[in-house]
Design a protein around this ligand. Structure first.
Ligand code: UGA
Length: 449
């Protein structure tokens, strides 16, 4: 059965959610205050690179099941509203900036009474500090017929469509999970929206608002910790001559540990993990239990150190005693996005390393199949080159910092013909050192001899 749905805030999460809900057969309207973004989406153009997204966007638009607006008045008849607004890091500290979410809820409250008390569900998907949902529920509950469920999103960029349509689990946070009578109707309404996902046997967990908020924050904190853990071991490997990929492979075979998120390298970036662990720490401090999450400060610090280590390694390989000796040296950086299959450069390790090298006076050229426009906006002085061969030409040192497929498959012999001096740092541990060394390259990696 189809439901009329709105998705308020059509950034990465919201736009993918809107198109995915249309794909499930619902009648969807996406809303954003950014008129250019709304126009692009209405024209079937994805404002970001995400495999499979543009296809489902166009399919929804063509079937007349999906449209986008800037006007809250268009949401008056909607039965289920999803909140997909961004909660970036505050400029004055580590906490999350809830201003966009609050403004959206204020605007939504004005149109909700138009339903005349008919049951209406508001579903929060944004990543928020624990306690936010209960406050919003109090505001929204004042409108007759309106219920709130907190339903965190776990999608990964690059797999966003798949993660939305086939999630590992669905989490519903409600005001009082013991009060079945009060929650039954709202839970049933959201189950109807996700019916096709639930029919496949996907787990659906109902819990309190606070637990649902903590599930999201804890999941990202755990992932960040796992990456920083292996990167800390990587530092131990560098001090001892061990190979971190051997350590990771062997510990990952213990299924209590598991092999995923144990790829050592230049560390995590993006619009989620870095800001989410900081917001989580800020939230713990606000609650008076700052020491509980103090270890995340170390997780953040280890992550930051990997970026600096790449710069130091670059100086070492170029025979410069300090990074100031990098002046004028020609360095090519492969990758600008924070991870492959994404054009997102927010807090990208690759971009930060490129900028640090340039600040030290190096002549840096950066290439990426999708993220150069974003990189040029964030770091206007960097030299960008779309073509990989062109980017490599004349380099004295190559840095692989985002593991796009085409960089993993570079042929060492052919690449050697392009560069000036065959020196490479594999910042993602995706190349086969022996192959590169045999082809005459000076090869270094993070946490590998
Ligand atoms: C992350 C989470 O994985 C999602 O579950 C979550 O929904 C999302 O944040 C969010 O909160 O919205 P995402 O930011 O798309 O997703 O990226 P990840 O795939 O988690 O990668 C994050 C960073 O960690 C990347 O820079 C990646 O290169 C790095 N990474 C990942 C490693 O350095 N090593 C690894 O082993 C894995």
């Amino acid at each position: 059965m189809s439901t009329t749905i709105s998705v308020i805030g059509v950034g990465y999460l919201g736009a993918v959610h809107a198109a995915s809900m249309a794909e499930l057969g619902h009648d969807v309207i996406g809303l954003d205050v950014d008129a250019d973004r709304v126009a692009a989406l209405n024209d079937g153009h994805a404002p970001f690179h995400e495999p499979g997204f543009e296809q489902i966007l166009r399919r929804g638009l063509q079937a007349d099941r999906l449209r986008f607006t800037t006007d809250y008045a268009d949401l008056a008849d909607v039965e289920v509203h999803f909140l997909g607004l961004g909660t970036p890091q505050r400029t004055d500290g580590n906490g999350a900036d809830l201003r966009y979410l609050r403004a959206a809820v204020d605007s939504l409250r004005e149109v909700l009474p138009a339903r005349g008390g008919a049951p209406t569900l508001v579903v929060g998907k944004s990543t928020v500090p624990v306690g936010t949902a209960r406050t919003l529920a109090e505001q929204l509950g004042a409108v007759e017929g309106v219920h709130l469920i907190w339903n965190p999103e776990f999608l990964r960029e690059g797999f966003a469509v798949k993660d939305t349509l086939a999630p590992d689990r669905l989490v519903y946070g409600v005001a009082d999970p013991e009060d079945h009578e009060a929650t039954e109707a709202a839970v049933g309404r959201l189950d109807a929206v996700y019916a096709q996902i639930l029919e496949r046997g996907t787990s659906r967990l109902v819990m309190g608002f606070e637990a649902a908020e903590l599930v999201k924050a804890s999941a990202n904190a755990f992932l960040a910790t796992k990456i920083s853990f292996i990167n800390a071991i990587s530092e131990m490997c560098e001090a001892t001559g061990a190979d971190v990929t051997d350590v990771a492979r062997a510990i990952g075979m213990d299924d209590r540990i598991g092999p995923k998120f144990l790829r050592a390298g230049v560390g995590f970036g993006g619009g989620c993990l870095p800001k989410d662990i900081r917001a989580f720490m800020a939230s713990a401090e606000d609650l008076g239990v700052g020491e509980s999450l103090a270890f995340l400060r170390e997780v953040d610090a280890i992550n930051g150190r990997r970026r600096i280590r790449v710069v130091e390694l670059a100086a070492e390989m170029l025979g410069a005693e300090t990074t100031s000796g990098l002046r004028g040296r020609r360095i090519t950086v492969l990758g600008a996005a924070f991870k492959p299959d994404s054009d997102d450069v927010r807090d990208s390790p690759a971009l930060e390393v490129a900028c640090r090298l340039r600040e030290a006076g190096a002549q840096v050229r950066i290439t990426d199949p999708e993220a150069l426009a974003g990189a040029a906006r964030r770091a206007p002085g960097l030299e960008t080159e779309q073509d990989t061969d062109q980017a490599l030409r004349g380099a004295e040192l190559v840095l692989l910092l985002t593991e796009w497929g085409q960089y993993k498959e570079l042929d060492p012999a052919r690449t050697r013909e392009l560069v000036e001096v065959p020196r490479i740092i594999d910042g993602r541990n995706v190349l086969e050192p022996r192959q590169w060394r045999e082809a005459g390259w000076e090869f270094r990696a993070l946490g590998r001899p």
